[in-house]
Design a protein. Structure first.
Length: 142
């Protein structure tokens, strides 16, 4: 069973870690501001939908840490987030930074010439690489 007071403290720690207000957090996970307020005050316990949205939006949050305080936050074993400054260009180059046991052709260029005019104006938000052992690396554009 989830202890509402302890859960509220962990939720507050998430807000502090990301330097966001409860209102901004509610918008990020598409939840009512009043629900966040009730969780932070310890009045309500989190719903499954709330927990899943937090885990989906914030991969550094571990399920067991969020629910019962066991584990760590931010998570260091499931993801490694790296911030990249990727300029908008006609060609975006990505290089493999680590070698893997499975040798595949490295991704050298991704051409965006074939994109529609509307798609060319979009910015790369993040790139996620999934590995066969269940881990992944996430690269975010700042």
């Amino acid at each position: 069973m989830v202890n509402s007071t302890d859960f509220a403290k962990r939720l507050q720690k998430i807000l502090e870690f990301y330097s966001i207000s409860a209102t901004a957090f509610a918008e990020e996970i598409d939840f009512n501001r009043s629900t966040i307020s009730h969780l932070l005050s310890g009045r309500n316990k989190p719903s499954l939908e709330f927990v899943m949205k937090v885990l989906q939006k914030y991969p550094e949050v571990e399920l067991y840490w969020l629910l019962n305080g066991k584990g760590s936050f931010p998570s260091t074993k499931k993801s490694q987030t790296k911030i990249l400054n990727l300029p908008i260009q006609e060609k975006v180059k990505f290089e493999r930074s680590e070698t893997s046991e499975i040798e595949k052709e490295p991704i050298s260029e991704i051409s965006i010439k074939s994109l529609s005019p509307a798609e060319k104006n979009k910015k790369v938000e993040r790139i996620v690489i999934f590995y066969s052992d269940g881990t992944f690396n996430e690269y975010k554009n700042s």
